[in-house]
Design a protein around this ligand. Structure first.
Ligand SMILES: [Zn+2]
Length: 365
């Protein structure tokens, strides 16, 4: 392969298999720029939305595009001004949520995932990480990954993991040890949510999903105990009644909703105790829900959203992973090469995936 090209899985047409082809390899030609050799890239459900052509309504993304916004890798090439701690060979997580076209008040606050002009790789015109190399416009979007023993799997920390981490942080002020927290949806993000709610909030968790195998998998990955519960929502008559029974009538102090289906939200909101918080992460029913004002007012309950996570959040979560507080490795259930990315995406679309699949290029592609 000539040095000036690389292999990438390119979305050329909606709903068609990704095309693995040789494309120009990016260069770190400008000041502070970096090229990362991709080692891991998580396959996220948002990629399915892009592949299906459903993301155009909210994001400036359309074919041809290289998908992938959950990357880890090794610094390959650096532009002028990149500090020594990111010299070539350094293992890094790429904080794709931070990529912005310009500085504004949110980037200044360190919350660049909320910036006015996001340029998220794989979710905008900027190429993503389903490729051997990826261009990073500034080293400030890199987080050193020393000590994370499974670098391909650690890619999960930059999206699935950090999204759940931020949701748990939002709930933190309102949840006391031994309170109950409901985690709705036990895919890749929800599995992080369960673990973090247990270990950071010391809460009793109630995990909800519609698939029995996802519930079984979650019990294992999150090492649930006697005070934790699982609900199969496809079988439960009334999720609300189940939750009230499990909590001895107390209800829950937080709902971490990684699905966001309007039809279900009312039950979880009703199960929310006084001073509880409902954190919406999944985009199941955008702009569909009515606001239950009286319920919110009477118990000073809160509803909030979570968008991904900041680069600071990713760095904190990487620390928790290093310390063994969060187990990211067991969430990975399949490792594919670039050629396998398309099938992996389709499996995810069909709802056949437990945990998270990744593109693992650690052995070369
Ligand atoms: Zn994602």
């Amino acid at each position: 392969m000539p040095a000036s090209t690389m292999k990438a899985a390119v979305l050329r047409e909606y709903l068609a298999p990704l095309s693995v082809e040789e494309v120009p390899r990016p260069r770190a030609s400008g000041r502070f720029e970096v090229v990362v050799k991709i080692v891991g890239s998580g396959i996220c459900h948002t990629d399915v939305h892009v592949w299906r052509g459903e993301a155009e309504a909210v994001l400036d993304v359309r074919p041809p595009i290289i998908l992938g916004h959950e990357p880890s890798g090794i610094v390959w090439e650096v532009g002028e001004g990149v500090p020594e701690r990111f010299k070539p060979g350094t293992p890094v997580l790429v904080c794709a949520s931070g990529f912005c076209a310009e500085e504004d008040e949110y980037t200044m606050e360190g919350e660049s995932q909320l910036c006015r002009k996001p340029e998220w790789p794989g979710l905008s015109r900027r190429p993503g990480s389903y490729a051997e190399y990826m261009h990073v416009p500034h080293y400030k979007y890199l987080i050193p990954a020393h000590g994370l023993e499974d670098l391909p799997a650690a890619s999960l920390l930059t999206d699935a993991g950090v999204t759940a981490y931020r949701a748990v942080k939002k709930a933190k002020e309102r949840v006391k040890p031994d309170d109950y927290v409901v985690v709705v949806g036990l895919g890749g993000v929800g599995l992080f949510g369960l673990q973090l709610a247990k270990r950071l909030l010391n809460a009793n968790v109630i995990g909800v999903d519609v698939k029995e195998e996802k519930l079984d998998f979650a019990a294992k990955v999150a090492r649930l105990g006697d005070s934790d519960h699982l609900i199969n929502a496809s079988r439960a008559e009334r999720i609300y009644d189940e939750i009230m029974m499990m909590t001895g009538g107390r209800g829950v102090r937080a709902v971490l909703d990684f699905v966001g289906l309007e039809s279900e939200m009312e039950q979880y909101l009703r199960a929310l105790d006084v001073k509880g918080i409902y954190v919406v992460v999944g985009l199941g029913s955008p702009f569909g829900s009515r606001v239950p004002s009286l319920h919110l007012i009477l118990g000073e309950r809160a509803i909030t959203g979570v968008l991904w996570g900041s680069c600071r959040d990713v760095a904190e979560l990487a620390g928790l992973a290093r310390a063994g507080v969060v187990d990211y490795r067991s969430i990975v259930t399949a490792r594919v090469g670039l050629e396998g990315a398309s099938d992996a995406l389709e499996r995810l679309d069909r709802g056949e995936v437990l945990g998270r699949q990744i593109i693992d290029l650690s052995g070369g592609s």
